[in-house]
Design a binder for this molecule. Sequence first.
Ligand SMILES: NC(=O)c1ccc[n+]([C@@H]2O[C@H](COP(=O)([O-])OP(=O)(O)OC[C@H]3O[C@@H](n4cnc5c(N)ncnc54)[C@H](O)[C@@H]3O)[C@@H](O)[C@H]2O)c1
Length: 343
Amino acid sequence: MKKLGAAVIGLHMGLGHVEGYKKNPHVEVKAICDLREDLMERVGNEYGVERRVKDYKEILKMDDVHIVSVATPDQLHHEQAIAFMRAGKHVLCEKPMALKVGECKDMIHVSDETGAKLMVGQIGRYAPGFVQTKKLIAQGIIGDLFFVESEYAHDYAKLPGVGEWRIDPVNKREPFIGGGCHAVDLVRWIAGEVEEIFAYSNRMMLKDWPVDDCFISSMKFKSGVIGKVFVSVGCMRPYTMRSVFYGSEGTIISDNTSPSIQVYSNKLQNKLSFATVPVAISNHNVAAEIAEFVDCIINDKPVLTDGREGMMTVAVCRAAVVSSEKGTPVVVDDLLSSVGYKG
Ligand SMILES: NC(=O)c1ccc[n+]([C@@H]2O[C@H](COP(=O)([O-])OP(=O)(O)OC[C@H]3O[C@@H](n4cnc5c(N)ncnc54)[C@H](O)[C@@H]3O)[C@@H](O)[C@H]2O)c1
């Protein structure tokens, strides 16, 4: 079978995409793109990619490119993903899908109209600890869920790029959307759709940022489950997404940076109430994400984290931001209706 051609735009997080495509037997990386020539040279030389362009629009014309990873700053996803889909390319768009719900809606529309597949890189769904957690919950090991919690706690002072687009006062990159989307997507994946959310926020750590850096939100799911998501990008602690899932028969504590998850259950085979389940550590399992997307393209399967999934996660995150600004709970469906999305 002829290999699919891939291109990657934005080579910091995008480097993981180049590596993921390189590992995939069905794909060949045909082009890379970044504004930084030094980065293109380094990545191009290391991975043997000859075509290197500064302007992503040159890739629109490349007939041998079938898949594009958009791994540029969040505020560019909307424009670039739409341009690639209109040019007939399938798009793997980094999370968050976009910063505004209306932009996500546009992207879904273009994917539907053109038939180009759109995947949003909600990488938490490929972290082995969370995959195992989801599997055990589906098997009923902790019974019926009643409360879920997750967090995105990341010391941004140590991240490259923080001095630029992440603190752009014009295209405000709300931490709850940019980073919190990981935690929100995880609890949505496991507990279903969020009905209503209420959040508080403050800016006591990154005082010169244009947005609040710390949020706590409580949410009610359509299933009746309740939950909370904590987001901080100014905290001083190692990065992890510690998450706890409480059910009628037990509890699972998991994250994306530990070699095991903890399961407390009345239903364990050996009748013990507690088990430590080993898992691989891979909090950026982009190769698995790419393998899934390539399989969806080759076998024309629906994409798990498609545009609708990406948008629902952005909508919950945006609802949290609006709630913290207004001081009132926000119904997620009302926010979706306000941009004309009817499901
Ligand atoms: N899945 C994850 O866990 C994860 C982790 C980190 C970042 N991300 C996401 O990946 C995206 C990129 O984040 P990052 O940390 O790599 O940011 P970064 O600022 O470190 O790197 C962005 C790169 O894109 C390039 N770039 C900017 N504008 C461009 C343009 N118009 N055309 C081509 N290249 C351009 C920059 O030169 C830079 O090399 C963001 O959307 C971010 O939210 C996802």
